[in-house]
Ligand binder design. Structure first.
Ligand code: 4AD
Ligand code: MG
Length: 477
């Protein structure tokens, strides 16, 4: 007999029939009620044991965490809280879980504790809900692009270039670390390395995506991205997943329209398809917020917050307007910002972004036309000669969720920019070729997948929305 999933059974399939399910024990009460979960849904199914029919030694093995195969009759439930339950005929114990040792007991564990048990935490309601939402979001993302004429493009993971120019890269090498070959100047000789040059894990697939957009029209990447920034924050990972669409013949306005429509669409998908998990996560968040002082509690519950995103326009504001708002803001005048704003040209910190989104506009904000000096080399220079066609999308509780731009398509302007930043032309000759042969306006953006999952689940720390987080000093598992 095919075994069913709990999701299928709870939807009423197989009523009054003999069914078989496999799953893990969440609780076993009064030697009679087993709450079993198999990951297919946040909900457990109640399985009723007539203990007279079972050997005591078998019943002793049914502890929280044990893996069971249960066969029985699916009947309407007598008890409250569930529609159906299983009257057990047979139990097979796949594997036991010694209660003295198994760390995931039926009580509240802190997220910090569970981070140390990252291999087991998916067996809790919170993490299974987060991971199902994460999976649904990935599907929604691929689906959105497919329906909108994009091709899925695989950017290389190992690269020789630093797309963002921030120099925060993980080196990839096969050289002998104790005795590397040296050049005459005593430097490590990467000509002897595996690729004959210095290589790193990619910080962004954008440059390669640009090449493919200039032939396929609209492409997107969705893959792992690596940054060796030593920022131990609740918003940064050293290994994260990024979605990077790149579109030929798109200017910045079309790019912003796409980004907004895309985010709204994938959040709508989750609202439609992850109801049970969102309800659970919303309750979890409300409980957590009860511990916080009133002023720090969010004004909206999770589902309302997600609806707010899908139903309202994002506010579009230039960097210059934003600086004016910030300069004249209360926290700036009262010196409450850690980084006070006085000059045009200042880079925005997360405290400024969050002020704009959470206090001033109270909605998602797209900031655009940033000073050239604080943005990457590839962004298109505006007529004013000092700003570039950059855009960042800022979200409540998250800060920057998207970074994108219209790209500099003019060969001479791009060369000048690279020259000013000491980026050698030999390194990016192929990228310059794209401006030599059939160049055209094109644009794209990068969405940090985990920041999106953070927002959609209401979790507070990015380490809790990726299965096995990689952060400074942490690559266990
Ligand atoms: O703003 P970023 O650096 O932009 C790029 O990499 C461009 N090449 C994208 C493009 O135009 N194709 O990064 C894009 C997004 C950020 O807005 C943020 O959401 C996320 O990636 N991100 C991180 N997420 C988690 N941990 C980190 N260390 C991140 N760094 C960036
Ligand atoms: Mg950015």
């Amino acid at each position: 007999m095919r075994s069913a999933t709990i999701k299928e059974l709870l939807s009423g399939e197989g009523l009054l029939q003999e069914v078989t399910i496999n799953g893990w024990v969440r609780t076993f009460r009064s030697n009679r009620f087993i709450a079993l979960n198999d990951g297919s849904t946040i909900n457990n199914i109640q399985c009723v044991v007539e203990f007279e029919n079972f050997d005591e030694n078998l019943l002793k093995k049914i502890n929280t965490g044990a893996a069971l195969k249960i066969t029985g009759t699916l009947v309407e439930s007598q008890g409250r809280g569930q529609s159906v339950e299983i009257q057990i005929n047979d139990i097979f114990v796949h594997g036991t879980a010694d209660p003295e040792e198994y760390p995931i007991q039926p009580k509240k564990h802190s997220l910090e504790f569970l981070r140390e048990k990252a291999h087991l935490r998916v067996r809790t309601n919170t993490f299974s809900a987060v991971m199902r939402v994460r999976s649904a979001l990935s599907f929604a993302i691929h689906n959105y692009f497919r329906e909108n004429g994009f091709y899925y493009f695989h950017a290389p993971i190992i690269t020789g270039s630093d797309a963002e120019g921030a120099g925060e890269m993980f080196r990839v090498t096969t050289l002998d670390d104790k005795n590397p070959p040296l050049t005459d100047d005593g430097e490590v000789d990467y000509k002897e390395d595996f690729f004959g040059k210095e290589t790193n894990l990619t910080v962004s697939g954008q440059l390669e995506a640009e090449a493919y957009a200039m032939g396929l029209g609209k492409v997107y990447t969705f893959g792992p991205t690596f940054r060796a920034e030593n920022s131990n924050t609740s918003r940064h990972l050293a290994e994260f997943w990024m979605i990077e669409p790149e579109m030929a013949f798109f200017d910045l306005d079309a790019n912003m329209d796409l980004a907004e429509d895309f985010i709204k669409s994938v959040i709508s998908y989750v609202l439609k398809n992850c109801g049970d998990d969102l309800e659970f996560l919303e309750k979890r968040l409300l409980d957590e917020e009860k511990m916080k002082p009133q002023a720090e509690r969010s004004e909206m519950a999770l589902i309302e917050k997600l609806r707010f995103i899908t139903d309202n326009s994002f506010k579009r504001v230039t960097y210059t307007e934003a600086i004016d708002i910030l300069r004249n803001s209360k926290p700036n005048k009262k010196k409450k910002f850690q980084y006070p704003i006085d000059e045009w040209g200042a880079d925005l910190q997360s405290e400024h972004e969050r002020f704009l989104v959470e206090k001033h506009f109270k909605c998602p904000v797209i900031l655009f036309d940033y000073p050239a000096k604080i943005k990457a080399f590839y962004m298109r220079l505006n007529e004013d000669g000092k700003t570039v066609r950059a855009m960042d999308i800022l979200f409540p509780g998250i800060g920057e969720i998207v970074g994108g731009s219209q790209r500099e398509e003019r060969l001479d302007v791009l060369k000048e920019k690279m020259d000013a930043l000491n980026i050698p032309e030999e390194e990016l000759w192929w990228y310059l070729d794209l401006r030599k042969f059939g160049t055209a306006a094109h644009s794209g953006f990068g969405l940090g997948f985990e920041r999106l999952v953070l927002f959609a689940t209401g979790m507070g720390n990015i380490r809790d929305v990726i299965p096995f987080p990689r952060t400074p000093q942490n690559a266990e598992f």
